[in-house]
Design a protein around this ligand. Structure first.
Ligand code: FAD
Ligand code: UDP
Length: 397
C-alpha cells in the first residue's frame, strides 16, 4: 500500500459511502485538511456502480434508487452531478400473477373478483379519508372486519414470506418500523416510493462520489482499513500512523469493531448477491420483481431498466439471497437488525466510545440505523455542522 498523504490531517474519515463522503466534503469546505480512508478498493460505499464485462452498468452492492422529501438533501446532491428523474416501479409475483408492489388497487383488482375489489376500494377510501398510503398493520388491526381481512391477505401474500427470508426470523419478531417502510397504496399510484424527489444519477453513483471527494483539501485512499492505522488509547486519546492524533475522527463502519467487539458482536444482516448476464434484450417486466412467496431469493433486479442504459442483445440481472452476517467471514454487513435488544447493545458501544471526545459515529452501520441514502446524507450534513459549531464555541471561550 502506497501512502498518499503527507503530515497530519485535521480530520480522518473512515468510509467513503454517502455518510463519509459528505462529511469529508463539508469539513474540507470549512478549510480542514481531510483524509478519507476506505477499506474497500473503491469509493462510493454501497452505492458503488461499475460497468461489467458485458458493458452493463451494475450496482455492485444491490439496486439503489435515490428518493427524498428533504429539500436540503435534494439541493445538496444536485451540486455533484446530473440527476435524472426516475420513478421506481416494482412488481411482485403473487399467486402466479405479477402485480404492483406496494400493493395497490391494481393489485387488488388482479387478485380479487372485480366486484369485491371495487367494493373494498370504496370502503377504503371512505375509511381513510384523503390518505393515499397506509401500513399493512393499520389494515390488519382495523376494527372493520373486511378491512382487517384484506390486511391479513396482504400481510400473508406480500410481507410474511419476504420478511422471513430477508430477516431470517418469523415476521412477527421483526420490528414494525421495518415492515412499515413499504405501504399499501389506496389508489392506483404504482410507484414504489411516495417521495417528492425520485432520482437516478445520469452518469452513475460512482461519478457523484468522485465529484464529492474532488476537493483540494481532501486526500482519499482506498484499500485501507482505518483500524490498521488508528488506535483508541485507554486514556481517551487516539494515535494515528504511529503519532498522537488530536484531530477529528468520523467513523462510518461498524462500531463494535472499534472496541474489538468487547460487549459481543452487534448483529447485522447480509446478502449473497448473485449476478447473471444473459444474451437477450430483456428479462423481466420491471426493474425489480419481488418474490415474496417462492424462491430463496427476495428479488431480481434488471439493471438496464434501472439505469436506463440502452444496449441490445445483453442484459444483467441480480438475485438477492439474504443471509446472516458473520464478522471476519468475508461478508458485507448490509442491514442493522432493529429491535430493543440490539439497540441496547449498540448503546453500550455508543456510550463506551464517548470516552474519545473527537470520535463521531455517522451513517447506517456506525449509528445502527436503517438509513436510506437521504438519511445518511442528512445526518452527515447535520453532524459536520454540529462539529464545526462546537469548535467555534471552544475557540470563542
Ligand atoms: P456505506 O455505504 O455502507 O459506507 C460505509 C463505508 O465505510 C463502506 O464503504 C465501508 O467499506 C467503509 N468502512 C467500514 N469500516 C471501515 C474501516 N474500518 N476502515 C475504512 N473504511 C471502512 N437507500 C436508498 O436510499 N435507496 C435505495 O434504493 C437503497 N437500496 C439499498 C439496497 C441494498 C441491497 C442495501 C444494502 C442498501 C440500500 N440502501 C438504499 C441504503 C443505502 O445503501 C445506505 O443508506 C447507504 O449505504 C448509507 O451510507 P453509509 O455511508 O452510511 O454506509
Ligand atoms: N417487504 C416485504 N415484501 C416486499 C417488500 C418489502 O415483506 O415485497 C418488507 C421486508 O420486511 C423488507 C421491508 O419490507 O425488509 C423493507 O422493504 P424495502 O424495500 O424498504 O427494503 P430494502 O430495499 O431496504 O431492502
Amino acid at each position: 500500500m502506497m501512502k498518499q498523504w503527507k503530515g497530519k490531517p485535521d480530520v480522518i474519515v473512515a468510509g467513503a459511502g454517502f455518510a463519509g463522503a459528505v462529511a469529508a466534503r463539508e469539513m474540507a469546505e470549512a478549510g480542514k485538511q481531510v483524509l478519507v480512508l476506505e477499506k474497500r478498493n473503491h469509493i462510493g460505499g454501497n452505492m458503488y456502480e461499475e460497468e461489467n464485462e458485458a458493458g452493463i452498468r451494475i450496482h455492485v452492492y444491490g439496486p439503489h434508487i435515490f428518493h427524498t422529501n428533504d429539500e436540503r438533501v435534494f439541493r445538496y446532491i444536485r451540486q455533484f452531478g446530473k440527476w435524472d428523474t426516475y420513478e421506481h416501479r416494482v412488481k411482485g409475483k403473487i399467486r402466479e400473477k405479477e402485480v404492483p408492489i406496494p400493493f395497490n388497487f391494481t393489485s387488488l383488482e388482479a387478485l380479487f373478483p372485480m366486484e369485491q375489489a371495487k367494493k373494498l376500494e370504496t370502503k377504503l377510501h371512505r375509511t381513510f379519508l384523503g390518505k393515499t398510503r397506509v401500513t399493512v398493520l393499520e389494515l390488519m388491526e382495523h376494527t372493520d372486519q373486511e378491512i382487517a381481512e384484506l390486511g391479513q391477505f396482504v400481510f400473508d401474500n406480500v410481507f410474511k414470506g419476504y420478511t422471513a427470508k430477508q430477516w431470517g426470523m418469523p415476521v412477527l419478531e421483526v420490528d414494525r418500523s421495518v415492515i412499515s417502510r413499504v405501504p399499501v397504496v389506496l389508489g392506483k399510484d404504482d410507484r414504489y416510493f411516495g417521495d417528492r424527489y425520485q432520482l437516478m444519477p445520469a452518469e452513475g453513483y460512482t461519478k457523484i462520489f468522485e465529484n464529492l471527494l474532488q476537493h483540494k483539501n481532501i486526500v482519499c485512499q482506498t484499500g485501507v482499513d482505518v483500524m490498521d492505522l488508528l488506535t483508541l488509547q485507554p486514556d481517551g486519546t487516539m494515535r494515528f500512523d504511529g503519532e498522537v492524533f488530536d484531530g477529528i475522527f468520523i467513523y462510518t463502519g461498524m462500531p463494535d469493531t472499534l472496541l474489538q467487539n468487547c460487549f459481543g458482536f452487534l448483529p447485522y444482516r447480509s446478502l449473497r448477491l448473485e449476478f447473471e448476464t444473459l444474451q437477450q434484450n430483456d428479462f423481466q417486466s420491471a426493474s425489480v420483481v419481488n418474490y415474496p412467496n417462492s424462491e430463496d431469493f427476495t428479488r431480481i433486479t434488471e439493471f438496464k431498466k434501472l439505469t436506463g442504459q440502452q444496449k441490445t442483445g445483453v442484459t444483467t440481472i441480480l438475485r438477492e439471497y439474504p443471509m446472516a452476517f458473520t464478522a471476519n467471514a468475508g461478508q458485507e454487513a448490509y442491514y442493522p437488525i432493529e429491535n430493543k435488544q440490539n439497540r441496547s447493545l449498540y448503546e453500550m458501544y455508543q456510550k463506551a466510545l464517548q470516552q474519545w471526545d473527537n470520535l463521531y459515529l455517522c451513517g447506517r452501520l456506525a449509528e445502527y440505523r436503517y438509513y436510506n441514502m437521504d438519511g445518511a446524507i442528512l445526518r452527515a450534513l447535520e453532524l459536520t455542522q454540529e462539529i464545526l459549531q462546537k469548535e467555534k464555541v471552544c475557540l470563542a471561550a
